[in-house]
Design a protein around this ligand. Structure first.
Ligand code: AMP
Ligand code: ZN
Length: 114
């Protein structure tokens, strides 16, 4: 996707602080962190949002959760806990239209909505 900032990060056209990378998935620090640890995990394949997921993307999304656990283990916040958020569409507050999983960690997170 030409104008997608996360696709540009994947291509290296926009710099990022990489946390994890394999052939299908990239994780990098959020530029505007909402917690001491704020990492975004994205598929390298452009999927606009959770609502645009196709059945063939399900395996990849499952793998993303595995990567999230791996990052939690490697960064040392697996035991103390963390939160994973996916904002979807207008009412979900999604600003970047490339599917991404926020990992928030490093402090007691406030304001539980659910
Ligand atoms: P969302 O509101 O769920 O779409 O989240 C988009 C997230 O992308 C926000 O937390 C932004 O801070 C983050 N973000 C936007 N541009 C960049 C960038 N160039 N590098 C890292 N994170 C970014
Ligand atoms: Zn994209």
């Amino acid at each position: 996707m030409e104008d997608c900032i996360f696709c540009k990060i994947i291509k290296g056209e926009i710099p990022s602080t990489k946390v994890y990378e394999d052939d299908e998935i990239l994780a990098f620090n959020d530029v505007n962190p909402a917690a001491p640890i704020h990492i975004l995990v994205i598929p390298k394949r452009h999927i606009s949002s959770l609502a645009d997921m196709k059945p063939e993307d399900e395996k990849l999304v499952g793998k993303i959760y595995g990567v999230i656990n791996k990052i939690a283990e490697e960064k040392g916040f697996k035991d103390e806990g963390f939160r994973v958020i996916v904002n979807c569409g207008k009412n979900g507050g999604q600003e970047v239209m490339h599917l991404h999983f926020h990992i928030l960690a490093g402090k007691q997170l406030g304001e539980k909505i659910v």
